[in-house]
Design a protein around this ligand. Structure first.
Ligand code: GLY
Length: 453
C-alpha cells in the first residue's frame, strides 16, 4: 500500500516511522526532513518539496503517484482544505475536511459548541470582534474580578495564547494584547476569545476516529512552556509523556472515561452538523477543583504528543487508517505496548524568544536509534558533513523519544542520551518526566481533589 504524509514536523516523522512498518511512504513536505526522507527512501516511496497548504499541488502529487491512502495530520493543511481536495480527487484520505477541522481553526465555534453540548465541562468565555465589544467584555471581566486567558480565534501553532499572571501582568495588559490580536489579525483571527483562567493540571486526550467511533489513546501531558519549572513563553510544546496505563499518574480512571465522553460527544455534534471528521480528535482538558474542564479541540494529533502515541502503538497504523477510511475502526483494532513514553524536543536558544538565526548541531541519529531511542527530526535538514544538521525556520528542531517501564526512567535515559550524543547550541527541558516533576503533578492533583471533598 502507498501512504502519503503531508507535513514535516516531529509528529509527521513519527507517523512516517509507523507507516513504514507496513506501507510504502510518500510525503509532501516543506523541507528535507531527514527522518521522513529516511523512511521514504527505505520503503521505496517518493517525496515532493512544496507548500503543504497547497491542496491542488498535494492532490496532483497523490494522483500522479497512485497513492492508496493519504493522512493529513497538521493544522494548517486541514484548515486549507487539503482533505476536501484529496477526497474530491477520489483519494482515500484520513483527516477532517475544512468544515470538520473548524473545531480547531475557529476557537469561537469550538467554545460555543461545547457550551451547547457539554456546558458542565466548559469554562466561561467571551469573544469580541471590534474595540467596542472588547471594551464591554473587559468591563464585565473587571466587575467580576476574574483572571483570564486571551486567545486568537484562529491558528497560531500554540504561540498566540497568553495567560494572565504568566504572560500578561494584569487586566490592562490582557486588554492591550486582545486589541493587538484584533488589530494585527494574529492567527488570521476575525475575533479574539477571552476564557476564564483555570487553576489545575492541563492534559491532552486524543482519539482515533472514523467520525463515529472514538478509539481513545493513552492520555498525554504536554509541556508548553519554554523553560524548566513552566517558565518562559508558551511554545508548540517542549516535550510530553504518557504512562504504562492509559491514564496519567495524576488522573483517575473516571477522569479518563469522562475525557473520552467529551470526545465522543463532540464527534456526535460534528456529525449532526454534517461536518466530515476522521483521523484524530484532540481535547485539551484541565483537571480543576470543579472537576474536568475543556480548553480546546484540535483536529489532529498533538505535536509532540503524537510521538508518544506512535512510540507505544503496537498495532499497525496503516491498518487503522484503512479501517478509518472504511468507517469500521474499533477499539480492539488498536493496541499499545505496556510502556511509559517520554519525548523531548531540542530547540534553538532563541526559540519563542527572538527571531533567531540558523544553527548547526551534531548528532549520530543511527547510533542513538541503536541504543533503543527514536529520533524524530522537525525543522532541521542535513548539513554537508556526516551527522551534522542545520536548523531551518523558527520552529522546534529535533525530538528524542524513549519508552521504558516508568516515565522517570524514560526521561532520564533521554537526558543521558542528549548529553552524550548531541553537540551544539540546541536546548531542551531537563525537568520533563523527572521524578520530582511527577511528584509535583501528583501532589497538585491530591490538593485539587481535597478541595473538591
Ligand atoms: N502540543 C499541542 C498541540 O499540538 O497543539
Amino acid at each position: 500500500m502507498k501512504t502519503l504524509i503531508v507535513g514535516n514536523g516531529g509528529r509527521e516523522s513519527s507517523i512516517a516511522m509507523k507507516l513504514a512498518e507496513d506501507s510504502c511512504v510518500y510525503a509532501v513536505l516543506k523541507h528535507e526532513n531527514p527522518t521522513i526522507l529516511g523512511y521514504v527512501k527505505k520503503t521505496g516511496g517518493r517525496y515532493l518539496i512544496g507548500d503543504t497548504n497547497n491542496a491542488e499541488l498535494i492532490s496532483n502529487f497523490a494522483k500522479e503517484q497512485n497513492i492508496d491512502l493519504a493522512f493529513v495530520s497538521a493544522d494548517d493543511p486541514l484548515e486549507a482544505g487539503v482533505v476536501n481536495e484529496l477526497l474530491d480527487a477520489g483519494i482515500r484520505s484520513v483527516g477532517p475536511t475544512r468544515e470538520g477541522a473548524e473545531i480547531e481553526w475557529n476557537k469561537q465555534f469550538a467554545n460555543e459548541l461545547m457550551n451547547e453540548i457539554l456546558p458542565e465541562f466548559t469554562a466561561r468565555f467571551w469573544s469580541a470582534r471590534d474595540l467596542d465589544s472588547l471594551n464591554d467584555v473587559f468591563n464585565q471581566i473587571k466587575k467580576e474580578n476574574l483572571e483570564i486567558v486571551v486567545k486568537p480565534q484562529g491558528l497560531t501553532g500554540g504561540k498566540g495564547v497568553k495567560v494572565m499572571g504568566e504572560h500578561l501582568k494584569n487586566l490592562e495588559e490582557a486588554k492591550k494584547y486582545a486589541a493587538e490580536v484584533l488589530a494585527n489579525r494574529i492567527g488570521k483571527s476575525e475575533s479574539v476569545i477571552m476564557v476564564e483562567k483555570l487553576q489545575g493540571i492541563e492534559f491532552t486526550m486524543m482519539a482515533l476516529t472514523d467520525g463515529k467511533t472514538a478509539v481513545p489513546l493513552p492520555a498525554t501531558y504536554d509541556y508548553p512552556y519554554r523553560f524548566d519549572g513552566e517558565k518562559g513563553p508558551g511554545t508548540g510544546g517542549m516535550g510530553s509523556l504518557s504512562d504504562k496505563v492509559l491514564h496519567l499518574p495524576f488522573m483517575t480512571q473516571k477522569n479518563y472515561e469522562k475525557s473520552t465522553h467529551i470526545l465522543e460527544r463532540a464527534l456526535k455534534a460534528l456529525r449532526e452538523q454534517g461536518r466530515e471528521f476522521s483521523g484524530v480528535l484532540y481535547a485539551g482538558l484541565f483537571l480543576t477543583k470543579q472537576g474536568l474542564k475543556f480548553i480546546e479541540f484540535n483536529a489532529r494529533f498533538g505535536d509532540p504528543e503524537c510521538m508518544n502515541t506512535m512510540s507505544v502503538l503496537d498495532s499497525s497504523l496503516a491498518d487503522a487508517l484503512e479501517k478509518i477510511c472504511d468507517k469500521r475502526i474499533k477499539p480492539s483494532d488498536v493496541k499499545f505496548k505496556n510502556k511509559a513514553s517520554v519525548v523531548k524536543y531540542l530547540v534553538a536558544p532563541e526559540y519563542c524568544l527572538s527571531p533567531g538565526k540558523p544553527h548547526q548541531f551534531e548528532m549520530d541519529a543511527q547510533a542513538i536509534k541503536s541504543e533503543g531511542f527514536q529520533v524524530f527530526f522537525s525543522s532541521a535538514v542535513e548539513a554537508n558533513q556526516a551527522n551534522h544538521f542545520k536548523t531551518v525556520g523558527t520552529s522546534r528542531n529535533v525530538a528524542i523519544a524513549a519508552v521504558a517501564d516508568s516515565i522517570p526512567e524514560a526521561a532520564s535515559k533521554i537526558d543521558d542520551c542528549i548529553e552524550r550524543r548531541v553537540r551544539g547550541p540546541l536546548q531542551y527541558r531537563k525537568d520533563i518526566g523527572s521524578l520530582n516533576e511527577l511528584q509535583r503533578l501528583k501532589d497538585r492533583a491530591v490538593a485539587l481533589r481535597k478541595q473538591v471533598d
